[in-house]
Design a protein around this ligand. Structure first.
Ligand code: TMP
Length: 222
């Protein structure tokens, strides 16, 4: 089972990823928690280039290629081996981030991203994607509070420094993706208190795991 979690800055993904992992382990599944950009030794190095607040001159195509390089490494080194060994994989951001940030907000368009992915990445689609939906005003306020309190590295804040319009376009990009694939996406209201967000996520997980169990029992010899 491959689960991804998406959302703008300050949407609370990190808190919820811990909850998802706890739920899956409780249900007896071995679980890999990972993230993009990052998730591998090489990916963490790519991450520092991408998020460095001083890299405002980074060309949008160079940015796209770096995210794609990170993903190529991550899928082959971590995600596929974990899925093949029967583990559940929970990933903080995946290709939907590229479509929302580079495709929509940077204006590259979804077509180039799909074509590039088809050329260089294995064909891999999440089973479930949680979209933690939130207004950028609230999200950025939360994100900057985290930075000011020292919980997030202010040196790695290139995206937090983008204009509010950029983040609105990211959000619109996500909502368009969710509308196009309603069976994969679950939109969760991230303005709710964290416990309500957690419960909404748990009820989706409960439903998905029950479906899996039903399938498993149906395929068992009687
Ligand atoms: P985060 O790990 O704190 O969410 O930060 C990662 C940043 O990178 C976030 O601002 C979104 C951005 N991003 C993209 O622009 N494209 C991508 O493909 C991914 C995975 C992340």
């Amino acid at each position: 089972m491959f689960i991804t979690i998406e959302g703008i800055e300050g949407s609370g993904k990190s808190t919820q990823i811990g909850n998802i992992a706890g739920y899956l382990r409780e249900a007896g599944l071995e679980c890999l928690i990972t993230r993009e950009p990052g998730g591998t030794g090489i990916g963490e190095k790519i991450r520092t280039i991408l998020l460095n607040r001083d890299h405002h001159m980074l060309d949008p195509m160079a940015e796209l290629l770096l995210y794609t390089a990170d993903r190529a490494q991550h899928i082959r080194e971590k995600i596929l081996p974990a899925l093949q060994s029967g583990m559940a994989v929970v990933c903080d951001r995946f290709i939907d981030s590229t479509i929302a940030y580079q495709g929509a907000a940077r204006g590259i368009g979804p077509q180039t991203i799909h074509e590039l992915s088809r050329l260089v990445l294995p064909d891999l689609r999440p089973d479930v994607t949680f979209l933690l939906d939130l207004s950028p005003e609230v999200g950025l306020l939360r994100a900057w509070k985290e930075i000011e309190s020292g919980n997030r590295d202010g040196g790695q804040s290139r995206f937090e420094r983008e204009k509010i319009r950029f983040h609105e376009t990211v959000r619109e990009g996500y909502l368009a993706l969710a509308a196009a694939e309603p069976e994969r996406f679950r939109i969760i209201d991230a303005a709710d208190p964290p416990e309500r967000v957690r419960d909404a996520i748990f009820s989706v997980l409960r439903e998905r795991l029950t479906v899996r169990e039903d399938l498993f029992h149906r395929n068992m010899p009687t």
